[in-house]
Structure formats: structure tokens, C-alpha cells
Design a binder for this molecule. Structure first.
Ligand code: ATP
Ligand code: MG
Length: 443
């Protein structure tokens, strides 16, 4: 790869500024290893699904601060720590990385992990690079705060730490102190060379971008325009136009627009957004999460008698509380309407719709996601006299940052309980059972 450097910097395109000339000189020296020049290469590893300015700012900061000749952006073929579903394929991720890095003289996309195939382990990649560059070369592996905190769960962490240096860069949502303490401990324990670098805080993530694109929200200025153009051109992260899920979603939306209040529609869209974001973060199917959210309140404004009739038809058993308050069964009623009216019969979606009001012990991840999303809808924060804002912030933190769905379900149930009891109403026994089920062991 280094042998290509002269082609990459054709004569005549340089000379525009001194910095570029200095860069070229460095590269030439690295190519011919004149004067014992030791190449300095940084690796920016990731899924790049898609690549964004958060990655690029981190790479640029490392290039500058560590005098790195070249930063290689290496899309993983198959990231060991991420769920397989719903990702853009490796070729698209590589192409986006190539587009994003094209205008930086020191940034290069690399196919090494994609060509190797299978699960992409950093240690294999760094070893290959070490073989290519020789024992003297300086190799820096760049990781964001989230990634570095997980490093001990990677394959052969000790070997990895001995074969290259690490640069841990700050990332919004992760405490600087936690990162520093971890680095210090790791540095001592492993004898590895770990550096800390503060980079301009960009609260950008690929999962947020994918959720935005899926929901039809703007993702401009979060990544280079040409990457966004590529996403649009290839329809990445969106629901395919001709898919059954898309047709179902449109049918539900049409029904909601005609049959439910504007307020409820706004809430439904808010829940859909939270649901999709949670599914992104937790590696669950975002189409299912979206459909479940669209459906969840579609029967809520029906007359009580109609709600219980539908719910019972679907197998629900009336008890004292639900007989008196049929609205508690609007999830069951919605699940009963979904197959016939909108062609949605996926049992995973229907289960989530059914349990979203009361909850139950042993919920699936999708059920938990809808249950939490319903409470997190940000529209609720704007509601007058809202006293639950702080508790919702806690739920948001548990679900999104700490990625602990069970703890978030527990807090959601506790919030619902306090709200219900506060109104002088009764908690459904199933919700009580669920609360006990999800109560964290340490509490
Ligand atoms: P996803 O949301 O799908 O997990 P991501 O935005 O975290 O995507 P990755 O491809 O997982 O992107 O990240 C690759 C590397 O870049 C990781 O080390 C990660 O910590 C780092 N990184 C990603 N975004 C940022 C950012 N905004 N600031 C600093 N580092 C970042
Ligand atoms: Mg990530």
C-alpha cells in the first residue's frame, strides 16, 4: 500500500501549500525509508455504518497531535460486538468511507477487514499492519470512549496492547473522568501505551444517523454531503419502497390520520421515533419497532365497549380492573385490528402492541422497547405541569447510554405505578408482577 504513495500524490497537484509538501516529503521518506524514517500510521476502526464527522474529527486530531503520516479507515467486515441485522453491506460501508476520506491527503480507506471476511478482530488487523510496516513503525489505534471502555472484552487484548499504541478520544455521553481512570488502570496493568486525546465534542453517531434517515429526518451536516448523497442514491437505511412493511406502515398512517386526534397522532410519531432509536441502539429490528409504535394506540380512541369486544376476540380475559376500564385493553384491541386492517401479523409486533400498556414479566426486547418508548416520547416533556421529567431523563439514560433495557423497564413501571396511584387509581396486578420481575437485584 505504501508503494502507491507517488501515484496518490501526482506531481503538480502539490505545492498549493507548504503543509502538503511537508506531508509528501514524509510519505516519500516512509516509502523509501530514507534516513531511517519511521512511518507513523493510525488506524481508525469501526463499522462506519455510515462514516460521519465524529469519526473524521477524531482521526484528524490524532493525525495532527501524533504527527501521523497516514490514517487508515478500516470498515469492519463483521463487527464482533454488534448484532448482524439491518446493516448496510460491507461494500456500501467501504464506499462511503472512501467518499468521506477522498479529500484528505492523509486519510485512506482500507479493505483489509472486508477482504479478510468473517468476524473482524482488531488484533488480526494490527498484526497484518505490523507485518506490512515492519517492527519499527509506530501504529496508533484510535478508539472513541465507548470502544476503549470495552477493550478488555476484545480478542486477545494483551496482545493487541503490546503490538500498537492506543489513542482514546473523548466522545459525548461518556465521562472524561471515567475514561481517564480506565486508561490509567489499563496503562498500568498491561504496560500498554495508551494515550488520551480530547477532541471537539460531536454528539454524532451512526445509529442516530440511521434512525434519522429511516424516519425521513434530515441528516445533513452530520457527515460529508457526498456520503449523504450516496445513502440517498442507494436507499440505505430507509424502508424499501416496494416492501410489505412500507405498505403496512402507510396503511396505518392513513388510518391514524383519519381516525385519531392530532394530539394522539403526534404522540404516536414521537413514540415511533423513540422506538426506532432504541431499536438502533439495541440491535433490534427497526422496521418491527416502527410498525409496533405506529400501531400501539390505534384503538385507544374507540368506545370502551368496542375495545373490550376486540380484546376478548383476541383472547384477552376480562378481570375486575379491565372490565371497569376497558381502555387498559387498547393494546390487545390494536393487536386484534392489525392483521385484518393493515396486513401486520408478525407475532413479535403484535406481542409488543399487546403488552405496551400494562407490561408483563418476561417481555421480549421489542416489547421492552415499545414499553419504554411510549413513556419516553419527548412530546411528553412539554406537557404542562409535568413532574416526571427527571425520571424520564433517568429512563432515557438507562436505555440509551447504559443500554440496560431491564433497568429502564423497571423505572418505567415504577413511574407508571406512582402516576397511577397518585391519581387515586389502581395498579393492574400484572403490572405489579412485572415490577417485581424487573426490580434490579441490588436494590
Ligand atoms: P453506532 O452508533 O452504529 O455504534 P458509531 O457512531 O459509534 O456507530 P462506529 O463505527 O461504531 O460508529 O465507531 C467507530 C469508532 O469511532 C469507535 O471507536 C467510536 O468510539 C468512534 N467514534 C464514533 N463516533 C464518535 C464521535 N462522535 N466522537 C468520537 N469518537 C467517535
Ligand atoms: Mg459505536
Amino acid at each position: 500500500m505504501l508503494g502507491m504513495r507517488d501515484d496518490a500524490y501526482p506531481q503538480g497537484t502539490l505545492g498549493v501549500n507548504d503543509d502538503a509538501i511537508a506531508q509528501k516529503d514524509k510519505f516519500d521518506r516512509s516509502v523509501f525509508k530514507l534516513n531511517g524514517y519511521i512511518p507513523r500510521i493510525a488506524i481508525m476502526g469501526g463499522t462506519f455504518d455510515p462514516v460521519h464527522y465524529g469519526h473524521m474529527v477524531a482521526a484528524e486530531a490524532v493525525r495532527q497531535e501524533f504527527g501521523v503520516d497516514e490514517v487508515r479507515f478500516i470498515p469492519a467486515h463483521s463487527p464482533p460486538h454488534k448484532e448482524a441485522g439491518g446493516r448496510a453491506d460491507p461494500w456500501h460501508r467501504y464506499m462511503m468511507t472512501a467518499l468521506a476520506t477522498a479529500d484528505n491527503r492523509a486519510f485512506f480507506p482500507s479493505m483489509i477487514e472486508i477482504e479478510r471476511g468473517g468476524k473482524s478482530y482488531a488484533v488480526d488487523t494490527v498484526r497484518a499492519l505490523r507485518r506490512e510496516l515492519g517492527g519499527d513503525a509506530k501504529i496508533y489505534f484510535i478508539t472513541g470512549a465507548d470502544a476503549v471502555l470495552e477493550i478488555l472484552t476484545w480478542k486477545e487484548p494483551d496482545a493487541l496492547l503490546s503490538v500498537c499504541d492506543f489513542v482514546a478520544v473523548t466522545r459525548p455521553g461518556y465521562k472524561r473522568e471515567t475514561l481517564l481512570a480506565f486508561i490509567e488502570k489499563l496503562g498500568k496493568d498491561s504496560g500498554g501505551k495508551i494515550h488520551f486525546l480530547e477532541v471537539p465534542a460531536l454528539a454524532i453517531s451512526s445509529s442516530d444517523i440511521r434512525a434519522r434517515v429511516f424516519l425521513g429526518k434530515s441528516a445533513k451536516y452530520l457527515m460529508p454531503d457526498r456520503v449523504l448523497d450516496y445513502i440517498e442514491k442507494h436507499g440505505l437505511y430507509a424502508m424499501p419502497r416496494d416492501s410489505a412493511a412500507r405498505r403496512s406502515a402507510e396503511a396505518v398512517l392513513e388510518y391514524l390520520r383519519a381516525n385519531i386526534s392530532g394530539e394522539r397522532l403526534a404522540h404516536t410519531m414521537g413514540v415511533a421515533e423513540q422506538s426506532v432509536r432504541l431499536a438502533q441502539v439495541h440491535g433490534e429490528d427497526i422496521e418491527l419497532a416502527y410498525l409496533a409504535a405506529l400501531l400501539h394506540d390505534c384503538a385507544k380512541e374507540l368506545p370502551g365497549g368496542e375495545i373490550s369486544r376486540l380484546a376478548v376476540q383476541g383472547g384477552a380475559v376480562l378481570d375486575e380492573l379491565t372490565a371497569a376500564f376497558p381502555v387498559l385493553l387498547h393494546g390487545d384491541a390494536a393487536a386484534q385490528l392489525a392483521p385484518a386492517m393493515f396486513g401486520i401479523d408478525d407475532p413479535r409486533v403484535l406481542a409488543a402492541v399487546r403488552s405496551h400498556t400494562i407490561g408483563r414479566p418476561g417481555m421480549s426486547a421489542l416489547e421492552k422497547i415499545l414499553f419504554i418508548a411510549d413513556t419516553l416520547d419527548t412530546g411528553r416533556d412539554a406537557e404542562a405541569g409535568d413532574t416526571h421529567r427527571d425520571r424520564r431523563a433517568k429512563i432515557r439514560d438507562l436505555a440509551f447510554s447504559q443500554r440496560n433495557l431491564d433497568a429502564a423497564v423497571y423505572e418505567t413501571l415504577a413511574l407508571k405505578r406512582d402516576h397511577t396511584l397518585g391519581k387515586g387509581a389502581k395498579m393492574h396486578p400484572l403490572a405489579d408482577t412485572a415490577l417485581e420481575h424487573y426490580r434490579p437485584v441490588s436494590l
